[in-house]
Design a protein around this ligand. Structure first.
Ligand code: ZN
Length: 334
């Protein structure tokens, strides 16, 4: 057994209108023993910087001498949105596909995001598993999303080990909204449909690096490696034996309550993320900030697990207030 190697390669993702080449760094860790290949990336939505921080800490901590197989890691998958600290790219950069996570597996002669994805896909297509690190809204329970009914992906999600796992219906099983929003072009979906088990961890919130989240992300990642037998078992997450209820497996990525009125939103202070919630529960109050008039008292429209509750004070009609996922054992009875 050799000690293993690490290389860092500058890869050109696309050429910008000015002629400047857009590059990023692809890290490759080769273990001394043979084994599977895991591809992991962060920040295809550039404001989601906790994933990037996870990969740096993973780099510092990965024991190459204990690694079997290969890890390919891309800490900044989308430098365009990273520099803008944004979710999407502006029209001037990509007027066709503003969201990189709707274009996978990409197209080498397509729009800018499609070309970037196609370039990264060259590192993905031969992988045995994919972890696409993301973050969400300020008040969101960390969770891992995977394609429902894809057992190898479900196993990766359980190995990553957040308390909440979300199974997403896809393709012919998916609701219209899933298709309308272009979710078939997510990296996780495209890779799973190519037979590569894939997960999307959604770690805390965007734009701010949170110590506990970074640590949790590294443990999740090494747990996935242990599950794939790329690292010894001691790198797997130790489950708190007192948490008999975890993980909660739920479904419906689209179970959102949105605001009907614009104004200031005060969430119901009695609610806690991760709690079971029934239909018709008071989510808070939207009021007119100048006259104090109560405009709306939004309520849940389904029974399930409350996994996001917006804390932003100003809301506009149509914006998301809360997300409720349906427990797997409940929808199985439907
Ligand atoms: Zn994202």
């Amino acid at each position: 057994m050799s000690d293993g190697t690490h290389t860092a390669e500058q890869v050109t993702l696309a050429r910008l209108p000015s002629g400047v080449e857009l590059t990023t760094t692809v890290h490759t860790y080769r273990g001394g023993d043979s084994g599977p290949t895991l591809y992991v990336q962060a920040a295809q939505h550039g404001r989601e910087i906790n994933g990037t921080a996870v990969l740096r800490r993973f780099h510092d901590r990965l024991p190459l001498e204990s690694l079997s197989g290969t890890v390919v890691a891309v800490p900044v998958a989308n430098p365009l949105t990273f520099d803008r600290v944004s979710y999407t790219a502006p029209d001037s950069i990509d007027s066709v596909n503003d969201n990189m996570n709707r274009v996978w597996p990409g197209d080498e002669s397509g729009s800018l995001h499609q070309r970037m994805a196609a370039r990264l896909w060259e590192h993905i297509e031969d992988a045995d598993a994919v972890v696409d690190l993301h973050t969400g809204s300020p008040d969101m329970l960390p969770h891992v999303v995977y394609l429902e009914a894809d057992e190898p992906s479900a196993e990766l999600a359980r190995a990553f080990g957040t308390d909440l796992l979300l199974a997403e219906e896809a393709a012919e099983d998916a609701p219209d909204e899933w298709h309308r929003r272009g979710f078939a072009g997510k990296l996780r979906v495209a890779a799973t449909q190519e037979g590569i088990p894939s997960i999307t961890p959604e770690l805390a919130h965007s734009k701010q690096i949170l110590e506990s989240v970074v640590e949790d992300g590294v443990v999740g990642l090494t747990s996935v490696l242990a599950h794939l037998e790329m690292l010894p078992r001691e790198f797997a997450r130790e489950r708190d034996q007192n948490r008999v209820d975890a993980p909660i497996v739920a479904r419906n990525h689209l179970g959102q309550v949105t605001a009907e009125e614009s104004g200031l939103f005060r969430p119901n202070p009695d609610l806690e993320l991760g709690q079971s919630i029934s239909t018709g529960v008071d989510l808070g109050t939207i009021y007119q900030p100048a006259t104090y008039e109560v405009l709306e008292r939004p309520v849940t429209d389904r029974e399930g697990i409350l996994y996001t509750l917006t804390r932003e004070a100003t809301v506009t009609a149509g914006s998301k207030l809360a997300s409720v996922a349906i427990r797997e054992e409940d929808h199985a009875l439907e």
